[in-house]
Design a binder for this molecule. Structure first.
Ligand SMILES: [Zn+2]
Length: 343
C-alpha cells in the first residue's frame, strides 16, 4: 500500500506489512527532518542587550566562531540550543540514510549489507538519541567536556538500562515498548531472536569470543548462506518494528525541543505510528480496531467517486494509518483521506 508491489516481491508475503510499517516510520521522521530544515527551525535567534554587545559579538565571531562568541558573551543557554539542534539534525539525517538503504537492501534479499547498514543507527545512534532525550544536561556536559572518551559506547553501555528507561518515560510509548524489550532485541548476545547476533555475523566473518554466536567449524558467518531462505526475514521483522517505533518517537522528542511541531501533527504522528504497531502486533484484534475506526469515520466520509460510505476493512484500517488513503469497497478506487487533518 505504501511501497509498489514489484519492490515487495522478494519479501515473504506474511512479512510485507511489517516491512511497509518500518518504511512508514522512516518516512515520517525523514519527512519531518526535511520540513524542519525548510522552515529553518534549528536556527537560534536572539536579541542583543546593547549595541556594544552586538559589536563585541561580531568581533569575537570573526576572530573565532559564532558559538565561541555566544559563550564569551554569556549566552550559554542559546549556545547549548545551537549545539543540540545541530547534533539532532545531523545525526537524524545520517540515521535516516542508513535505515533507508538497509530497508532497500532487504527488498532485494541483500541481507548482509542490509544488516550492516542497520548496525550503526541501532547500536550507536539510538543510544545517543536516548541519552539526549532522557538526560539532556548529562549529555551536553559530556559532549562539551573536551574529551570524546566521555562519549564512548562503553560509557553508554554501563548505564544502558537507565538511559533507555528515562527516554521511554519522555515519549508516548510507556506501556507499549519496554526497556527490557529494547535491550534484549538490540544488545543481548544470548537472545536467538534478537538483532545483536545477526549484526555481529553480518559484520565479521569469524566470531569466536562469545559462545552464543560462535562461528560453526569450517564456515564463515553468513557467507555460504542460501539467499532464498526466509529465516533472517522472520527474525528481523519480528523485532525491527518495535525498535524503529522507539527510534521514531525519540527522534520526535528531539524535534520537539528544536521547535514544537504544527498543532495536530504530533497527535497524528503518535496515533498513526502506535495504532499501526498495535494492528501489526494484532493486539486487541485487527477486526476490533478496524471496527472502532469504522464507527468513528464511516458516518462522515463518503467515496468522492461513487458516494458509498467509507468501509473500514482491515486492509483499509492499515492503509488509512500508513498512507492516509483508502480503497473504496464499492467502486475499488483509491481515495486520499487526510487522517492527520482530523487532529
Ligand atoms: Zn467508491
Amino acid at each position: 500500500m505504501l511501497i509498489p508491489a514489484n519492490r515487495l516481491q522478494w519479501i515473504p508475503k506474511n512479512l510485507r506489512l511489517a516491512h511497509e510499517y518500518c518504511f512508514f516510520l522512516h518516512d515520517e521522521f525523514a519527512r519531518m527532518l526535511v520540513e524542519y530544515e525548510a522552515a529553518n527551525a534549528p536556527t537560534i535567534s536572539f536579541t542583543f542587550a546593547s549595541k556594544s554587545q552586538a559589536s563585541r559579538f561580531e568581533d569575537l565571531a570573526k576572530k573565532h566562531d559564532a558559538l565561541t562568541a555566544m559563550r564569551e558573551l554569556g549566552l550559554h543557554s542559546e549556545a547549548r540550543r545551537v549545539v543540540l539542534n545541530h547534533i539532532t539534525m545531523a545525526m537524524v539525517s545520517d540515521c535516516a540514510h542508513h535505515i533507508y538503504e538497509s530497508l532497500r537492501c532487504f527488498e532485494k534479499r541483500k541481507f548482509i549489507p542490509g544488516l550492516n547498514l542497520l548496525r550503526k543507527p541501532l547500536l550507536d545512534s539510538l543510544m545517543y538519541f536516548s541519552w539526549m532525550v532522557g538526560d539532556e544536561d548529562g549529555f551536553y556536559s559530556a559532549f562539551t567536556a573536551g574529551d570524546p572518551a566521555k562519549l564512548t559506547q562503553k560509557v553508554l553501555g554501563n548505564r544502558r538500562k537507565e538511559t533507555l528507561a528515562s527516554a521511554i518515560a519522555k515519549t508516548e510509548l510507556a506501556g507499549i515498548v519496554t526497556t527490557e524489550d529494547l535491550i534484549s532485541i538490540i544488545y543481548d548476545v544470548g537472545n536467538p531472536d534478537g538483532l545483536y547476533g545477526l549484526f555481529q555475523h553480518a559484520v565479521h566473518l569469524i566470531t569466536v569470543e562469545r559462545v552464543e554466536i560462535k562461528t560453526s567449524p569450517e564456515n564463515f558467518n553468513f557467507i555460504f548462506k542460501d539467499p532464498g531462505e526466509d529465516d533472517i526475514y522472520e527474525a528481523l521483522y519480528l523485532t525491527l518494528p518495535t525498535v524503529l517505533l522507539y527510534l521514531a518517537h525519540v527522534i520526535l522528542a528531539l524535534y520537539e525541543r528544536i521547535q514544537p511541531p504544527r498543532p495536530g501533527a504530533r497527535e497524528a504522528f503518535v496515533f498513526r505510528t502506535v495504532n499501526a504497531y498495535r494492528f501489526l502486533r494484532q493486539e486487541g484484534g485487527k477486526a476490533a480496531l478496524a471496527e472502532a475506526m469504522g464507527e468513528a469515520l464511516s458516518p462522515h466520509i463518503k467515496c468522492p467517486g461513487c458516494s458509498a460510505p467509507l468501509k473500514v476493512t482491515e486492509y483499509n484500517a492499515m492503509r488509512l494509518l500508513l498512507t492516509e488513503s483508502f480503497r473504496c469497497a464499492h467502486c475499488r478506487h483509491k481515495q486520499p483521506f487526510p487522517l492527520s487533518w482530523i487532529f
